[in-house]
Design a protein around this ligand. Structure first.
Ligand SMILES: [Zn+2]
Ligand SMILES: [Zn+2]
Length: 371
C-alpha cells in the first residue's frame, strides 16, 4: 500500500527556500518561517456548504473509498487521545492530558476524509492572552494553582482540530399527556387572633387536568457532537457556538503546523448523542403544544426523517495541567475566542468570602438597629 502522510506533502514546502510551510491563523495563507514567503491557499470559488445523506454515509463508512486520507497518528499512553502531529515534530506532549507522547510509536492510518474544516482564526499568542484574561477572573482558584498555571508558556497550548459530526434532521413527535389549568377557590378557615378564634376566607389554587395528545414537528440544523472522548463533553458543548459559516471544504493545508484528532465516535454513535441534545427542544415544543399552565408528558415517540450530516474539523487551543493529582483541561475556541476551563476551587477562599459576607451583613444589621 502506498502510504502518504497527509501533513507532509509537496504542496507544503516553500516555493522560495524549500522549508516547511505553516498555515497562518486568520489568513488563507501558508507562511514560511524562514524567508517570510506567503503562499496563498487558492481560495476556490466559495463553495456552498452542504450536508450529506446519513444513511448513504453509514453504508460506505469505513470502507475503502477515495474519500480517505493517510495520516501519521500517535496515541497518548495516558489518556488514549489519537492525534496527528505537526510537521517536523520530534518530541511533544499530549494537549489533552499533558503527558509526554512517544513519537517512536507513530503509525500511519487511513482515515475518513473530513468534509469541512474551520480554519484557525486565533494564533497561539492571542490564545495565551485570552487565557490570562480568563485566569484573572477566577476568584476562587487556589493561589498555588494560579502561580503554577502562570508558568504555562504559549507552547503548552496545542493548536488542535477536533472532529465533530453535525446533524440535520426533521422530527415528528407523537405525544400524549395531560394539560393542567389553574383555577382558584375561596376556602374558609379558622385561626387565632389576639387570643380569639376567628373565621377567615382565602383563595387557594387548584389544577384541573384534562387529557392532551397531538403531533409536533421540529427542524434541526447543525446539531454538533464531538466525535472523540479526549475532551470532556461538557467542555466541548460550552465551546459552542462555532462560526460554521466560515467552514471551508477540507484541505490538508489548513492542518499544516497544527494537530488534528482522529474520530473515535462513529456517525451512528454520534447520532444517538445528537438525539439526546435535540430532546430538550422537542420536549419544549410538546409542552407549548399542550398549552395550559402545567403539562405532564406521559408518552412520546419521535421519528427522525431526512437525516443529513457533515464531518467537520473545528479548531481549539488546548492545554491540560495536573493539580493535586487531578487533570484539568482548558480549551479555547480558536474561531470565537471563548475560553472554557475546568479548574479546582479553593475551599479556604470560598469560606473566607462567606465569613466576610456574614460579617458585612451583621454590621449592616447593627447599624440599622442603631437608627
Ligand atoms: Zn521560505
Ligand atoms: Zn493524553
Amino acid at each position: 500500500m502506498e502510504e502518504k502522510n497527509t501533513v507532509i506533502n509537496d504542496t507544503l514546502t516553500c516555493n522560495n527556500c524549500g522549508a516547511l510551510l505553516h498555515f497562518a491563523p486568520g489568513t488563507t495563507q501558508l507562511r514560511c518561517d524562514y524567508c517570510g514567503t506567503a503562499n496563498d491557499i487558492a481560495p476556490a470559488v466559495p463553495t456552498e456548504i452542504r450536508s450529506f445523506d446519513y444513511l448513504e454515509f453509514i453504508q460506505t463508512d469505513g470502507l475503502p473509498s477515495t474519500d480517505t486520507v493517510v495520516a501519521a497518528v500517535v496515541q497518548c499512553d495516558n489518556c488514549g487521545a489519537n492525534t496527528t502531529l505537526s510537521t517536523g515534530v520530534t518530541s511533544d506532549t499530549c494537549g489533552f492530558c499533558g503527558s509526554p507522547l512517544v513519537i517512536a510509536k507513530v503509525r500511519h492510518e487511513r482515515l475518513l476524509k473530513p468534509h469541512y474544516v474551520l480554519p484557525f482564526l486565533l494564533d497561539g499568542r492571542e490564545a495565551e492572552q485570552l487565557f490570562f484574561r480568563w485566569l484573572g477572573k477566577r476568584w476562587f482558584a487556589p493561589n498555588a494553582l494560579i502561580k503554577n498555571v502562570k508558568q504555562i508558556h504559549r507552547d503548552h497550548f496545542k493548536g488542535t482540530y477536533l472532529p465533530h459530526w453535525a446533524y440535520d434532521t426533521e422530527t415528528t413527535t407523537t405525544y400524549s399527556g395531560q394539560c393542567g389549568i389553574y383555577y382558584w377557590e375561596n376556602e374558609s378557615y379558622t385561626t387565632t387572633e389576639n387570643g380569639r378564634t376567628v373565621h377567615r376566607t382565602r383563595q387557594v389554587r387548584h389544577t384541573r387536568w384534562h387529557a392532551a395528545s397531538g403531533q409536533v414537528h421540529c427542524s434541526f440544523k447543525d446539531i454538533l457532537v464531538l466525535a472523540s472522548h479526549s475532551l470532556s463533553r461538557k467542555v466541548a458543548d460550552r465551546l459552542e457556538p462555532w462560526q460554521l459559516e466560515r467552514l471551508q471544504p477540507f484541505d490538508e493545508r489548513y492542518l499544516s503546523g497544527f494537530r488534528a484528532e482522529t474520530y473515535a465516535v462513529d456517525a451512528r454513535a454520534g447520532l444517538a448523542l445528537a438525539k439526546q441534545k435535540m430532546q430538550s427542544t422537542i420536549e419544549m415544543t410538546v409542552r407549548q403544544d399542550i398549552g395550559g399552565d402545567e403539562q405532564h408528558i406521559e408518552q412520546q415517540q419521535s421519528d427522525y426523517a431526512d437525516i443529513r450530516l457533515k464531518y467537520n474539523l473545528l479548531p481549539i487551543w488546548i492545554s491540560a495541567f495536573t493539580f493535586k493529582g487531578k487533570i484539568y483541561q482548558i480549551a479555547i475556541n480558536a474561531s470565537t475566542g471563548e475560553v472554557i476551563g475546568e479548574r479546582p476551587y479553593s475551599i479556604a477562599k470560598i469560606i473566607l468570602a462567606i465569613v466576610f459576607g456574614i460579617i458585612l451583613l451583621a454590621i449592616c444589621f447593627i447599624l440599622l438597629q442603631g437608627v
